[in-house]
Design a protein around this ligand. Sequence first.
Ligand code: NAD
Ligand code: DAU
Length: 348
Amino acid sequence: MDTILITGGAGFIGSHVVREFVNKYPEKKILNLDALTYAGNLENLKDLEATENYEFIKADITDAQAIFDIFEKHQPIGVIHLAAESHVDRSITNPLEFVMTNVIGTVNLLNAAKHIWNGNFEGKRFHHVSTDEVYGALGDTGFFTEETSYDPHSPYSASKASSDHFVRAYHDTYGMPIVLTNCSNNYGPNHFPEKLIPLCIHNILNNKPLPIYGNGKYTRDWLYVIDHAKAIDLVFHEGTNGGSYNVGGFNEWQNIDLVKELCAQMDEKLNRTAGTSAALITYVKDRPGHDLRYAIDATKINKELGWTPSVTFEEGLSKTIDWFLENKQWLENVTSGDYQRYYSQQYK
Ligand code: NAD
Ligand code: DAU
């Protein structure tokens, strides 16, 4: 059985990618490598525990020897790399942790793959999952294309940009077969409630303030997480060697409008009087170095590989809220303990 190793598979996006691959490729073994940080949660994959072609390994990608040993033992023919520190606000408080995981961790994986593939790259692939934040910030118009120059502003995006450069360097220097995807903001089931949408869902349920940074006019391009997982599947299997693909929903929302839409849907689903949730909106201190606007031009992946988002934002948001309402225990579990400490520090 060929093995595909997926890193960060216990996280938000990774868990959807693992499920997509386990179900779609029963003839392949899917190995999920994750350190189970605060953001990793095996509850996200409970439904796959007994599945024959799925295996979980707890390991830290910053531990070069452990990563070498796992590659030696399992001999993966493909790597899909999602493990990362992923939250911009945390990167502002603790940049070094982002360098360690996102940069050093990525180089450790590249070294291990290079070592076991040993120049025999036939049928091999290293897929690096990156972000649109590497391109920096847009003004009121325009889109990021695959040719847009990198211009990261936060420690998070700087670490992701650095890792992207290393992945390309291993292609150019050693011939490593690589692909990259640079995706916009994801949302959906299992989203960790430090990020805007699940944080607001959690706070609405608990009648807590909905913190909007600055004037709320910052703009993001939102994509339903399962559409991202399907894009990764397509690019991993059919993307051009050495190439990169932007992935996005052509779905821009100013934060304040998005939160108002979320409030309206929540009021309806919770049978609350219209306006109840919106009354919780509270403007708070801005994020330092806050990027004004991200917007992805996803023409290349659409034209070359036929990928297109499957749901509208309103549908995706409705499904997402339903998932959180049906999984209140999940939300309670991930917001106990450390989360409370993080929350009171971030929003003091
Ligand atoms: P997440 O924070 O929800 O999950 C990250 C996962 O990586 C967790 O399971 C965590 O335990 C694991 N991890 C962290 N450090 C590790 C280490 N040292 N060793 C092994 N595992 C480790 O992140 P996410 O939102 O699912 O993002 C996944 C990837 O997609 C990241 O690379 C991120 O940069 C990228 N991305 C995210 C978005 C988004 O909107 N969330 C958009 C574009 C790209
Ligand atoms: O664009 C892709 C990126 O999207 C990913 O690479 C990151 O991993 C992911 O975290 C996300 O980054 P953002 O910083 O855009 O996501 P976040 O949900 O943190 O914030 C979305 C917007 O909402 C942003 O403009 C900041 C704002 N915001 C966020 C929080 C947490 C608020 O106004 N209040 C908040 O409490």
